[in-house]
Design a protein around this ligand. Sequence first.
Ligand code: FDA
Length: 308
Amino acid sequence: MSVARNLLLAASTNAWLRDRAMQARFVKRSVARFMPGERIDDAMSAALRQQSEGIGSILAHLGENVTTRGEAEAVTQHYLDVLDRLGASSLDAQVSIKPTQLGLDLDRDVCQQNVQRLVDRAAELRTLLWIDMENARYVDATLDLFRRMRRRSPFVGLALQACLYRTERDVESLLPLGAALRLVKGAYLEPARIAYPKKTDVDQNYYRLASRILGEHHRSGALLHIATHDPALIDRLSALINGVEIPSTAYEFAMLYGIQVPLQHRLVAAGRRVRVLISYGEYWFPWYLRRLAERPANVWFVVKQLFV
Ligand code: FDA
């Protein structure tokens, strides 16, 4: 992986940098490219616009690694309100949560209780609640959380990262559940001991895992989110989907707000189901640096904002 990517990912966890960057106007201007605004109303308006273009949404309130139970409770309450608002609207939108934003670092039981409340509310509304995968030290706890939630409700899905060697094993153990899965490449800085250091190997593993999941979900009726902006992978997987006639209910393409927008529209025009994740909230720094790391050329875009 590139030096720039590693530097940006290391910077994403630096509190000193975070406090300064979040005040800088030019940084705030460049963040607007990846999020419609900090408020839930901004995200819901963007979701409405997307719906008019044939694109579904996933809403994610930015934040991670909360340090008090009070914060975890406030996030839970926020998401309960969001689910209620979605239930009362005709928006085609789901919610995606991060376990460390709901208390995983503090106490696994507290986190589980919080996620359980959200899973139960999502089940009442018959909408999927997604659980993000954070950095590798949380994978075991997140899988455990997901399995418990899956026993309560079919309306819960899990993100898995193709960059990790272990994911192949995790996929095999999860397939019998027939659960909704979201396959991503992985946004965190991980050591070569546990993750493919070369991008080409991550891409190859992504294709292998997505094909395996699609083959199995094809039979079980479960959903795969093909969550990537990579046009080459999307083409290869589209060819596979067409070749073995995988039903359109078995997969959706998923992308992030503001990234590969023309490709999102091309997929919709080709009759594919597309869902775009919209992030919102004030705690955007680590998430934003992960977006820059995915494409270090984006840093020039930030620099240009200094001069507008
Ligand atoms: P890659 O990084 O190879 O990008 C392919 C192409 O897409 C690039 O060449 C570029 O053109 C464009 N592109 C990608 N990122 C860009 C950016 N930031 N700015 C501009 N262009 C860009 N990760 C994780 O660890 N846990 C999770 O739970 C999730 N959840 C999640 C949900 C959804 C819906 C998506 C789409 C992604 C995630 N991710 C994630 C992030 C994921 O792991 C990964 O970091 C990004 O999707 C970038 O990887 P790509 O698959 O797009 O490929």
